[in-house]
Write a protein that binds this ligand. Sequence first.
Ligand code: SF4
Length: 285
Amino acid sequence: MAGTMQRSRSLPTGCATAHPIWSDVMEINYGNTIPISTIDWHGRVSIVFFLRGCPYRCPYCQNYELLKENNMVDVSELEKSIKKSKPFVSSMVLSGGEPLAQKAASMHLASFAKENGLLVGVHTNGFFPKVMGEMVKEKLVDKFFIDVKAPLDDTRLYAKAIGCHDFSLSLKPETVLENVRQSILLTLESVDIELRTTVFRDFIGSVDDVSGIARSLLQLTGNRDVPYVIQQGVPDNAMLESMRSMEPYNRDEMLELAMAAHEFLDNIYIRTREKGNEKVKFESI
Ligand code: SF4
């Protein structure tokens, strides 16, 4: 889990700034960095930071090394990386792990990126709506990429997806679902969002599962145009060893899943190893 960092808000003396740097000196429970990425925010070139810790234990997690141990580094190291990448990127993405488990670190990095003229995106599992609300209020984020791991009214399936069974996670799925719903609602009107599901054969992502997710999103948002991405899960490096031999869905199967979601949503993308990020054109299928 995240380190115990305290927030202390500091404003430069006598200087009005739209994005004050949050906390003067702090350590961050840090995973790693991609200095230049074109796949973590499609359409943009980003520097990506992976922060450690997450309240979930999704059996398919590819980054589970980030859930094990702490690695505290001084925030100035990450600031230096931002400065280095700045000439080549237009945005910074916080990913993980669950970056918002480290509220002060996320707010600090977001405000530092903003001060340096970068847009800010956050990959999140939606468990921390209050942190998201605060970041929205402070105008620290331009886009949230929010996981929707199962239908938002199906506690049994959500519990399975986040590892309640396989890893004896003690989180209450009802609380998780309420938090994810709140996260989506509070960001829907204020910043760009992408809602996304990573699908794994025989685990999460049958036609019924994806149809249920799309139905629950329409029910929650009342908006058929909310951007929804179905991501091809590749389980080679899944946390749960028994998942690693599962065959990923192929592109045709991904399109079938998109068709199932299309009963409820119109703005659907699939993301595959074969073809990357594609907006699904239903009229040509
Ligand atoms: S896949 Fe699940 S466990 Fe892994 S970082 Fe994301 S939300 Fe956390």
